[in-house]
Ligand binder design. Structure first.
Ligand code: FAD
Length: 454
């Protein structure tokens, strides 16, 4: 349609946006520093194991996921989590407790004391709070549900989603839908009842009710299939600098092949974007580098089933900070998606580090791996050694929407206004989950179309 669009980054955010634009006839080029599509979505096949080092699944919170999978020819490979994996465990006193999913379960569970349970019942009578952008998820939950619920439900949940610190994450920036329940309806219970009706009208699924999906050959199949449906994706193309030239942008890369583009969409991590926009705006870099990405190690472990005494009947478990273990939790990968290992072995994904314990990586890495596997094996009652152990250390894993993030978001909006044709997207804006990245890809593609068409 006359205007050239360049998207930087071939993760799910960049590729999905490129797809919507390409489908409608726009001229799109994607530039990727690495040699393959996917970014954080990385899958490796080894013997009978399918190893996801990034996201192991996504939640189908928007119909766009299924639509995109269908259009790139991957619908037949889309798989859903086994029903057994609805059960989730939390570790308390070296024992795995099923997370209660009903009122009856809440009464019976030993995860919370009677006092803690009675405190949760007060939630509908707790009043509204002031500006949630400056309130941590920890303060929000303690006020509404009490500190036990924070320690044994929300703290591990925050580790599972953000590998984050609940005392630092802003409730409104990191969990906007949760905060909205209080803001709009006056409380979580009231909001969940009334909000369900609203979602039904909008066809969106809440994260609690959305189906968990992946693909037969792992999560990376998705970006790979999207990239295969695009006309111009260039790999090993590390963008170094972006300069404004009249009404367009000059994109300078390591391989000295500059590109002039009318529209630029960045989907690279915040800290990378800071380095390539110094010529456009000095202030932007301060905001971008302030977005914290903690380190997370992913350990993939395959163990013979006969050596595991813990019944494998759930999604896996998360570990509250109070339990003082050397890892955040473990997903029972082959229980969720049985083809992740063969019939005789089980596959697990263990998460280590995160915003609460980045210093854990200061010492010897091999020793850390051995110690984590030892604690994991003790909790799972494993007799013997794993068949395989594979690791991936993400030095900067997941952007944290901490208190103060709103100031960065406001500046990103201001920067886009000051630099027409330059769009900023990626998982440090509008949500970190794969589902949120796909939702945002549609929103930003529409904003680009509006700019070009008017
Ligand atoms: C360990 C881990 C586990 C996760 N688990 C889940 C999960 O189970 N479920 C879920 O929904 N989400 C999960 N997430 C989050 C989710 O995977 C990510 O938020 C999402 O995939 C990010 O996509 P993106 O395209 O925004 O960014 P990225 O995937 O980071 O893509 C950015 C791309 O930009 C490229 N790039 C960087 N610099 C340059 C440059 N200078 N020039 C050109 N290209 C460049 C990078 O190589 C990369 O390919 C997880 C993330 C991690 C790290």
């Amino acid at each position: 349609m006359g205007k050239k669009i360049t998207i930087i980054g071939a993760g799910i955010s960049g590729l999905a946006t490129a797809y919507w634009l390409h489908k409608d006839g726009y001229d799109v080029t994607v530039l990727e520093a690495g040699n393959q599509p996917g970014g954080a979505m990385q899958t490796v096949k080894e013997d009978d194991y399918i190893i996801d080092f990034g996201p192991n699944s996504g939640l189908e919170t928007t119909p766009l996921i299924s639509l995109l999978a269908e259009e790139v020819g991957l619908k037949n490979e889309m798989i859903y989590a086994s029903s057994i994996s609805n059960k989730r465990y939390i570790l308390k006193n070296n024992h795995l407790h099923a997370l209660p999913m009903s009122a009856g379960g809440m009464i019976k569970t030993k995860l919370f004391t009677t006092k803690g349970k009675l405190r949760v019942l007060k939630e509908p009578f707790v009043g509204k709070s002031e500006d949630g952008y400056y309130q941590s998820i920890a303060d929000f939950v303690t006020r509404r549900l009490g500190h036990e619920f924070l320690d044994y439900a929300i703290d591990p949940f925050v580790s599972g989603v953000f590998a984050g610190n609940p005392h630092k994450l802003s409730v409104k920036s990191a969990f906007p839908k949760l905060y909205r329940l209080e803001e709009l309806y006056g409380g979580l219970v009231k909001g969940m009842i009334k909000g369900a009706k609203e979602r039904k009208r909008s066809k969106e699924e809440s994260k609690q009710s959305a189906k968990m999906f992946s693909f037969v050959n792992g999560m990376q199949s998705f970006p790979t299939a999207i990239a295969a449906n695009l006309k111009d994706v260039r790999y090993n193309y590390n963008v170094r600098e972006i300069i404004k030239e009249n009404n367009s942008y000059k994109i300078i890369s390591d391989n000295n092949e500059d590109i002039i583009s009318d529209i630029v969409l960045s989907t690279v991590p915040a800290y990378t974007l800071a380095g390539i926009t110094t010529n456009l705006d000095m202030e932007l870099g301060k905001h971008l580098t302030d977005v914290y990405y903690p380190p997370v190690m992913v350990l993939y472990v395959g163990i013979e089933k006969s050596k595991i005494l813990q019944p494998l009947d759930g999604f896996g478990y998360l570990i509250p900070t109070k339990e003082k273990k050397n890892f955040l939790g473990a997903i029972w990968s082959s229980v969720i998606f049985p083809n992740r290992s063969n019939d005789t072995h089980a596959a697990f994904t263990i998460f280590v580090g995160g915003a609460k314990s980045p210093e854990i990586f200061n010492g010897d890495e091999d020793q850390l791996v051995n110690e984590v596997i030892k604690s994991f094996s003790s909790i799972m009652k494993v007799n013997g050694e794993p068949e395989i152990v594979r690791k991936r250390l993400w030095h900067k894993a997941i952007p944290q929407y901490n208190i103060g993030y709103i100031e960065h978001e406001k500046y990103f909006e201001q920067f886009e206004k000051n630099n027409p044709g330059f769009f900023i997207s990626g998982n440090f804006r509008g949500g970190i989950s794969v589902g949120d990245c796909v939702k945002n890809s549609d929103l930003v593609a529409n904003r680009i179309k509006v700019l070009i068409d008017n």
